[in-house]
Design a protein around this ligand. Structure first.
Ligand SMILES: Nc1ncnc2c1ncn2[C@@H]1O[C@H](COP(=O)(O)OP(=O)(O)O)[C@@H](O)[C@H]1O
Ligand SMILES: [Mg+2]
Length: 247
C-alpha cells in the first residue's frame, strides 16, 4: 500500500532522513521505533505531505531550505509532490504528535469540524464509530477539548483523524506522555482501528507499550533504519531490547 524508497530529507544542511526505504502492506500495523530526534516526525510529515507545506512556509519567509528526495508511493502511484489535502482525500491521514485539538471547542464540535468533507449523515456515522472505539469520548462529548486530560485529548486526536476516513492512518507517538494504563488502553484501541481495516503506521520512542499490538517494526537511528523485523524478531534482538525495551 505504502512504499518509501531511498528517502532523503535535508533541513538546510542537516540530514534528518538518510536513505530510508520501508513499506506497509494493506491491513498491517507497522511501527517505526526511534529515540528523540531520530527522524520519526519528519518521516510522518513526508508521507502525509505536511512537509511540503512546511517547506513552502519556510521558502516564503526566506527561512531554511528543506530538500526532499526519493520516492513515496501510495497504491503504486508516486505522491511525493502531492499536496497533503489531496493525500487526505485518497485516505492518507496523519494524527500528529502531542494531540493537537481545538481547545475551545467541545469534543463533538472537534469531531464535526474534522468531518467537514462529508455529508451530515456520514459525519453522524463517523462520530458513532469514533464513540464505539473510544467510549470515553461519548461521555465527554460536551466537554471543551482544552479541559480534557492528556490521554483523553490523545483519544480525541485519534478520533479526529478517523473522521477523515483514513485508509492509511499515520500516528506519530500517540502514546507519548500517557500513564502505562492509558498506554495499554490506547494501544488496544489502535489495534481495534487496524482490525476494522485501517492500515496503520505508528511511531513510538518506547517499544514496550506498542509491541503487543504490532505486526512488524522498523528501528530508526539518526535518520537511518537500522533494523526491521516482525514482532518476534524485534523482541529477540539484543539491541532493540536494551535500547527500546529497557532490558
Ligand atoms: N524544521 C526543522 N528544521 C531543522 N531541523 C529540523 C526540523 N525539524 C526536525 N529537524 C531535525 O531533524 C531531526 C529529526 O527530527 P524529528 O523528525 O522531529 O525526530 P523525532 O520525531 O524522531 O523526534 C532532528 O535532528 C531535528 O532537530
Ligand atoms: Mg517526533
Amino acid at each position: 500500500m505504502l512504499q518509501v524508497r531511498n528517502l532523503l530529507v535535508f533541513f538546510e544542511n542537516a540530514l534528518a532522513i538518510n536513505d530510508v526505504s520501508l513499506e506497509v502492506s494493506q491491513g498491517e500495523l507497522v511501527a517505526v521505533l526511534g529515540s528523540n530526534s531520530a527522524g520519526k516526525t519528519t518521516l510522518m510529515n513526508t508521507v502525509s505531505g505536511l512537509l511540503l507545506d512546511i517547506q513552502k512556509k519556510e521558502q516564503r519567509r526566506g527561512g531554511e531550505r528543506i530538500t526532499i528526495m526519493g520516492r513515496v508511493e501510495y497504491e503504486g502511484r508516486e505522491i511525493i509532490q502531492q499536496k497533503p489535502s489531496l493525500r487526505v482525500k485518497q485516505g492518507i491521514v496523519l494524527c500528529q504528535e502531542r494531540h493537537p485539538v481545538f481547545r475551545d471547542s467541545d469534543v463533538l464540535e472537534n469531531l464535526r469540524i474534522a468531518g467537514y468533507l462529508y455529508t451530515r449523515r456520514e459525519v453522524k456515522e463517523g462520530i458513532e464509530k469514533v464513540f464505539a472505539i473510544f467510549p470515553v469520548l461519548r461521555r465527554l462529548r460536551k466537554r471543551r477539548a482544552g479541559l480534557l486530560s492528556g490521554g483523553e485529548q490523545q483519544m480525541l486526536a485519534a478520533g479526529i483523524a478517523l473522521m477523515a476516513r483514513p485508509r492509511l492512518l499515520l500516528m506519530d507517538e500517540p502514546l507519548l506522555g500517557l500513564s502505562p494504563l492509558l498506554q495499554a488502553e490506547l494501544a488496544a484501541s489502535i489495534k481495534e482501528i487496524c482490525r476494522q481495516g485501517i492500515t496503520t503506521l505508528v511511531t513510538e520512542q518506547f517499544a514496550r507499550p506498542i509491541m503487543p499490538i504490532i505486526d512488524r517494526g522498523y528501528v530508526m537511528e539518526n535518520g537511518r533504519l537500522v533494523f526491521s523485523g516482525n514482532r518476534e524478531e524485534l523482541m529477540d534482538n539484543p539491541e532493540v531490547k536494551s535500547a527500546y525495551l529497557g532490558v
